[in-house]
Design a protein around this ligand. Structure first.
Ligand code: IPM
Ligand code: MG
Length: 370
């Protein structure tokens, strides 16, 4: 098992070592042959190589069986031109690995119901899988960029009135039927193993590309008569997630809506620091916490490493076909949470611990569990 590890920036450098403790505990417990190799991505790679996704990192991830990523970005690089920013490194990584299917499970642990800002009866038992299209849509559509009006590639489509001023910024929402079909299949397959319900989220009342999305999803659903399908506009979905999240099983959506909806789903679980993710569909999986590099708390040993640790669980399940190891990690996390909390999920009566202490506790618990 060869794992490429890219800590990245900010708290990425603090949460990844905790995930490594967990990997080492698993390695010891099951006598597995696991090899870890580190690479640079994001702001750190910009500082070292002048690019957020250097060739050496590309080579590393293509040679590994799976990639584990921390987080990228930070105020230090926020003023760079877009093509040079840390976030572009992450987008390039996803594209190179062809991981079009991003799975973001938002499961509310009973132990953590009190950490949510929502009422207990609303969040207790919530178990949602957000499936976000990850390598197309408005994140990758062309044309894109900021242009002087005279160089604007779509000039002919607009009246003079619509192009008043000096410059114009543009991004493009694009999906082909093939791209929609393959992500829809992932959602229906996943729903089959869960509660057999898919909610496809779009803005079909306004955006043609997403009305097309709805049409294609409807088509794909014909092969899955055992799975219930409904459609929801994204504004309504955002509201329904807060109003009654238990109505959802699998949420299938576009790249940008998925980015937004998954942060909202994370908040149901008590903290963005709890949400893991797996990005699949290419030959190799990419695993990363849903949260970012959190510059405001970086360097303070305050971050919650559980999203990253649970991403390691997803890696054992999806890349190494060891759902038993994912279940064991999940169990260790839950047991530790009964007593210990990082600051983001702290509640009175539990013990407050640092990021690194949380890593120690979970990895030790893994070794102790039968
Ligand atoms: C996420 C993040 C990324 C995204 C950023 C850091 C590029 O917000 O993984 O949700 O927008 O995809
Ligand atoms: Mg996001």
């Amino acid at each position: 098992m060869k794992i490429a590890v890219l800590p990245g920036d900010g708290i990425g450098k603090e949460i990844i070592p905790q995930a490594i403790k967990v990997i080492n505990a698993i390695k010891e417990k099951y006598s597995l042959d696991i090899e870890i190799e580190y690479g640079d991505i994001g702001g750190e790679a910009i500082d070292k190589y002048g690019t957020p996704f250097p060739e050496s990192t590309k080579k590393l991830v293509l040679e590994a069986d799976a990639t584990l990523l921390g987080a990228v970005g930070g105020p230090k690089w926020d003023n760079l031109p877009f093509e040079k920013r840390p976030e572009r490194g992450l987008l390039a990584l996803r594209k190179v690995l062809k991981t079009f299917a991003n799975l973001r499970p938002a499961k509310v642990y009973d132990e953590l119901v009190s950490a949510s800002t929502l009422k207990e009866d609303i969040v207790k038992g919530v178990d949602i899988l957000v499936i976000r299209e990850l390598t197309s849509g408005i994140y990758f559509g062309k044309p894109r960029g900021v242009f002087e009006i005279e160089n604007f590639p779509l000039r002919e489509y607009y009246s003079e009135d619509e192009l008043k001023g000096n410059k114009v910024g543009i991004n493009t929402l694009k999906y082909t039927d093939e791209e929609i079909t393959r992500i829809a299949k992932v959602a229906f397959e996943a729903a089959r193993k869960r509660n057999k319900k898919v909610t496809s989220v779009d803005k079909a009342n306004v955006l043609e590309a997403t009305s097309f999305w709805r049409e294609v999803v409807e088509q794909v659903s014909k092969d899955y008569p055992d799975v219930e399908l409904n459609h929801m506009y994204v504004d309504n979905a955002a509201m329904q997630l807060l109003r009654w999240p238990k109505q959802f099983d699998v949420i299938l959506t576009t790249n940008m809506f998925g980015d937004i909806i998954s942060d909202e789903a994370a908040a149901l679980t008590g903290s963005l620091g709890m949400l893991p993710s797996a990005s699949l569909g290419g030959e190799k999986g990419l695993y990363e916490p849903v949260h970012g590099s959190a510059p405001d708390i970086a360097g303070k040993d305050l971050a919650n490493p559980i999203a990253t640790i649970n991403s390691v669980g997803m890696m054992f399940n999806y890349t190494f076909n060891r759902p038993d190891i994912e279940a064991l990690i999940d169990k260790a996390v839950r047991e530790v949470l009964k007593e210990y909390r990082t600051k983001d999920i702290y509640s009175p009566g539990t013990k407050l611990v640092s990021c690194s202490q949380m890593g120690d506790l979970i990895s030790r618990r893994i070794l102790d569990l039968n």
